[in-house]
Design a protein around this ligand. Sequence first.
Ligand SMILES: *Cc1c(COP(=O)(O)O)cnc(C)c1O
Length: 733
Amino acid sequence: MKTEIPYDRFAHVPERIFGLVDLAYNLWWSWHSSASVLFKMLNRAEWKMSRHNPVRMLLDTPPSFLERAAATPEFLRRYDIIMNRFQEYMVPGTSWFTQHYPVREPLTIAYFSSEFGLHQSLPFYAGGLGILAGDHIKASSDLGVPTVSAGFMYAEGYLHQHIEADGWQRNVAEILDRDAAPVLRVLDDDGKQVVVRVPQVDPPIYVAVWKVQVGRVPLYLLDTHIDENLPENRSISHRLYLTEIEYRLRQELVLGIGGRKVLHMLGAEYSAMHLNEGHSAFALLERLRERIEEGMSFEEAREQVRNTSLFTTHTPVAAAHDVFPEDLMAKYFHGYSESLGLSWNDFMALGKDPLSSGAGFNMTAFALRMSRFHNAVSRRHGQVAREMWQPLWPDLPVDEVPIDYITNGVHLLTWLNHRIESIFDRYVDPVYPDWRENYDNPIIWEVVDEIPDEDLWREHQWLKMKLFARIRERKRLKWAGHRDEPENLAAEGLMLDTAALTIGFARRFAEYKRADLIFDDPDRLERIVNNRWRPVQFIFAGKAHPADEQGKRILQKIYQYSQDPRFGGRIAFVEDYDEQVARYLVQGVDVWLNTPIPPMEACGTSGMKAGMNGVLNLSVLDGWWVEGYNGWNGWAFESRGNNHEDAATIYDLIENEIAPLYYSRMMDDVPHRWVQMMKESMKSIAPHYCALRMLKEYVTNYYPTVCRFAVGSREQMAGLEGVCPPGPAPEKK
Ligand SMILES: *Cc1c(COP(=O)(O)O)cnc(C)c1O
């Protein structure tokens, strides 16, 4: 089994720079700004048109451009440096992991997730969970943690959002062109794409296998859109999160059971499994079945599977935990339960929710039972999850429920703007030349204090202008494409003012996120926005789930406010929030607003992205901000439990603290105290809320321990003593 880059399609790329083709098929380039600059230099217009998809760009770039680049010394100089760095990165020599865990056994982790947000050219994510999974495997790659991952080839992705003139969200389908994206077919020895039958399902479901190379980590994607499947099964992998329950069950069955099978077939042996949320939990069943098929007793197999599995739970929102009704489960799993040697009732009991028995098969309850190691995603969420799932451990007091936490982090090199990165090269590089590998060390960030206020402020202003320019450009295209009315030009940000204090809010339009909170008192908001001396503007973005009518109504309400002349074009809504829009927003606004109803936000990650770029957080105390706020790096408030009071708190903060601070300028027009806070934000947030810190915690708290159980024998375990820190205490009976 192998993957091959279709080199013959790139025959027009000159030999001297042919390495660009390899680079294009490894997302490594996407978090190394010098590599993306190389693509941009090659063909600026096409780079933009392709939305930074180097595969598409290379395919569409005329030979003359490529030949010119291959004859330009400056281009070649950069090309050689980058290809060198790329090769050094890819050669599995030393890495943080091999330095700290010099073990003989291959301790591979199989990381399963229903979505992966890696880059805007690959639409395999809906929101935060996917972006987190993408950031997780990028950090695994950077640290050299041996990882393989499995997910879905969603050709249609989540949804593309068009906003109608009346503010109603319309979903537009856009199919991924698999042949012009950085994905590769996994081929068998005859050069045909590998197709795997999902075990134990009748009528059968087949998946074709694709691969995305994420630095050193391969991500295998399952695709049901193939002729071998019955028509109704072809669409299983089309889109994320459809609401129809049987469809979801089939998706999760394919992801878990099919995904496990695919990794097995590819010879991607692994010692432990890490499930990112419950959607892929059926993989645990398949591991059980394999062991039972090999002759183990159910109890023995269960212990092995549990000991080698880690489950991360991501949300306290009840509706986000999948529960499948018994009759549906019976339709797909009757034969399966027999192959496990279980009676139907015993099988269903594996997924029983202790609080509502008879409700069906709860994927989270099942994953918690079938894995020994579990974690939540922030300190506060850890408490909430222990309370929520305490009934599964009826003999334990809440604080002993074995659900620990590791606070999420974001992949810094993906989210830190390259302008800020260049400042770092100037001020940090001379002191810590290897800061790009060690940026989770807070000491490195102390150097931020050395950056002159004027420099940081100037870069921030540049990023803000860039954001506004992007917004105008998108708007221009929409208008030129006859998709818009002139009066909406203001609603979508054409009148934004680079001199005004700008507050960003971009989230899924789920009700608990309270996107419309600041419209609680429109008259007061109007005064704040139109303050003659201290104007304030707001930029919104985000999608409502296609089936969430309430979410769409909230979105429409905000859109209609943005159309209303009384707010003077200072409230804007940016269409089609995605990874790219997120990047411009978290780097280009002044303040990042977050208003969920506590304790619904398990962690939240967009505020981390903002904070490390010097964008100040204004957030209710929930999720990560409970840990992240230190009194100097942004603004925080406790929710008083109702929208009215919370909105008033925000108005007060903006009027009395935030706007005055922003507009207090000296002769040099730099708000020095504001810049001090930006520095404090960068210093306190970047080293702690980055994925490097997160991944190191997964490694030190879990991975070797989980793998130790997998490696098995006593001697091997002894060999690991000393190199592996002790893992979490074994679960108490
Ligand atoms: C970071 C990110 C999210 C998650 O943001 P939250 O603060 O967790 O809501 C969602 N969507 C995109 C595109 C992102 O980049």
